[in-house]
Unconditional design. Sequence first.
Length: 433
Amino acid sequence: MRAVATAIHRWAGLAVALFLVVSGLTGAVISWDHEIDGWLNRKLYDTTARGPFKDPFDLAAAVEAHDPRARVAYMPLGFEEGHAAGYFVQPRTDPATGKPFKLGYNQVFVDPVTAEVRGRRDSTAISLKPETLMPFLRKLHYMLHVPAMWGTDRIGWWIMGTVALVWLLDSFVALYLTMPRRLRKAVQPTHRPAGAWWQRWKPSWTVRWAAGGYKLNFDLHRAGGLWIWGLIIVVAFTSFSLNLYKEVFHPMLSLVSKTTPGPSALVPLAPLGTRIEPTIGFREIVAQADAEARRRGWTTPLGGAFYNARGGFYNVSFFDHATHDDSDGMGLSNLYLDGRDGHVIGSNRPWHGTAADVFAQLQLPLHGGRILGLPGRILMSALGLVVAMLSITGIVIWARKLRSRRLQARREREARTAASELRQDAVFSPARR
């Protein structure tokens, strides 16, 4: 049994190790994405004008007037003093070719007081330039920048979701391997002290810092994984649930508890690369959503509005811009409205719905640590570094053992060759003639 578990841990660990190094290191950084992005791109984010904010719909019109080839896809509905508003855009169709214009950007930063366009960037770019670094790392973290192909843009999500599932299952195998071996009856007394088993497991929790070399590497891998094992299970499970939400997690959750389907499950999606044109604009849909939210007793202010072009519906979100980035991750409410007639397709409100709904809502706040506020973000940032360390030390252990096995095999071959030569010398020795 232990030999099988060792083989599973070795090959499963090797299969996901490099993915975990990437996701661990990027996760450690993007825990602070808003702060780092703002620090790197002060020219985009910082504004000096003070005064009353302009109407968000007028700002959207200014964005589109600045480049008629673009149309607003997401607009913020609340602003912060001294902070530019970020509008996401999509290309319009070029009437000459029938294909979308090539904009070279998808995000526009606008001064909410003066309507001045501060700058633009392509948040999907594979680039380490300061203006695109944090969006690049975010996308690398959850889907590796795998491009759309074969009619879907979900392949990167599937890869990382599968990696997370393998990691989750392998973590239980790893826990088993840290536990002490079962003693043979010949050396196992009938009545053992209550703490005997723990005393035999205790070395797995310790690191021999002074040992150096291979022993230190091995202890860091084994003890490091043990001390954060519970956190690893949380992160691995939430990685799986977030990346394979539509394909695996939600269907499985629906088998054991009542769930409320999301908007993408209630409306047919247009083929990749096409869009459903809305007949209702942002201004009207936001007014309808605001009225519906007040009717439901929601008190959270309007946060933003996004048009899902493939689904043909609007996602109007409610959150406080001043506190959203420091919240517990459960402060975002949503109303989903049809872009053709404005009827409400569905809604999402934190801590509301069935038990399964609340469990699903918790996945992202748990994964990013925001459920615990600032301490949770610090914890998850440190955890990302430790996960990368565990993966690297695991590769080192495998490489060291592989080298030892090859060295042993070579020595055995050399010994067999030497023995064969001795036998031949003995056969043809003059003393035997």
